[in-house]
Design a protein around this ligand. Structure first.
Ligand code: TXA
Ligand code: MG
Length: 310
């Protein structure tokens, strides 16, 4: 297995691989990502291939510092500036008008680019050492569960990259919040590590609403997504003997007790689903958390895992 500890030497080696057009898997504070040099269209194409990802689903560009923004962006507005200042480095992705330097392979032909500055120290050191922006979609095959630990990475995907930097369990555990800042008011395309309330406080105005069911959604938003192999079924209460996630005392090893706090829940959700999925149950039953704003990201992932959601 090519999971390696994130020593300075291994990070340097990973940066070298990236600069030579290869792929590696890196940790971030949200989830692990399949990394490639953004400036190399051939490397970017390989990312789609190894993930089995449709070409119309654009990638997130990861940067090390604010200096890198101007070469990637053609229109950086006040909302983007406030959000970047407040939340970077961290679990927030901003969609803005792209510059001509961003290859169309990265953005799936769109005129916007999604940018994020991760806070994980290994990702930061890798970005600094590589010296180029890095595309990194979540390190899972298309429609499968994201990886929040190096050993969650599917062996079929692992064999297609040159190495995996093991940065330990991801602290946030859910993907970044994606905010489209190329429109006024900005809208959340994907809830995540930074909450709607935090974003609205930073831009000092309410976010816009996604057109319900409309065609102008973020590419890559599919009803079923983030799903384990076993079907996920959302329930009020787990019954004895059912495999799944509960808020009560767990009835046995097939039941995992989850925290009643949305941040702590998000940090362990994918790990819990990976653990149960490995036992190949007929289904994974999940007790629904409260339908309140602070649970928005967790509810989004649970509903998508269950094949519903929006
Ligand atoms: O936390 C994260 O964001 C992780 C880590 C590795 O950084 N990455 C991640 O990437 O979740 P991925 O590829 O699994 O999800 C990227 C999301 C997709 O829903 C995609 O549609 C959206 O970002 N996206 C990317 N570029 C976009 C654009 N130009 N306009 C709208 N949505 C975009
Ligand atoms: Mg993903």
């Amino acid at each position: 297995m090519k999971i390696v500890e994130p020593s300075t030497e291994n990070i340097r080696h990973a940066a070298e691989i990236l600069r030579n057009g290869g792929l590696i898997i890196m940790p971030t504070e949200t989830v692990y990502g399949v990394a490639a040099d953004m400036t190399n269209p051939e490397a970017v194409k390989k990312v789609y291939e190894v993930k089995g990802r449709p070409r119309e689903n654009p990638l997130i560009v990861h940067i090390a510092s604010h200096d890198q923004i101007c070469s990637l962006v053609s229109d950086w507005n006040a909302d983007a500036e406030s959000l970047a200042k407040r939340f970077w480095p961290g679990p927030l992705t901003l969609v803005v008008k792209k510059s001509a330097l961003v290859p169309s392979e990265v953005t799936a032909g769109l005129d916007t680019v999604a940018i994020r500055m991760p806070s994980h120290p290994v990702a930061r050191m890798l970005l600094q050492t590589a010296g180029v922006p890095i595309v990194a979609p979540s390190a899972n095959r298309f429609m499968q569960l994201s990886a929040t630990r190096a050993d969650h990475v599917d062996p079929q995907l692992a064999e297609k990259v040159e190495l995996i930097l093991d940065g330990g369990p991801c602290q946030v555990g859910l993907e970044s919040t994606v905010v489209n800042c190329s429109q006024e008011p900005p809208i959340i395309l994907r809830p995540g590590g930074v909450t709607r309330a935090e974003i609205q406080a930073a831009i000092k105005m309410p976010l816009g609403a996604l057109p319900p069911g409309g065609p102008k959604r973020s590419p890559g938003m599919y009803p079923r997504h983030y799903a384990p192999k076993s079907p996920v079924i959302l329930v009020e209460l787990l019954e004895p003997g059912q495999t799944g996630l509960t808020f009560e005392d767990s009835g046995g090893p097939e039941q995992i007790r989850m925290p009643l706090d949305p941040i702590a829940y998000g940090a362990t959700l994918y790990d819990a689903l990976h653990t149960l999925d490995q036992t190949e149950p007929e289904a994974i039953f999940v007790e629904l958390p409260p339908e309140t704003p602070d649970w928005e990201a967790v509810l989004d992932r649970l509903k998508k895992a269950a094949g519903g959601g929006d």
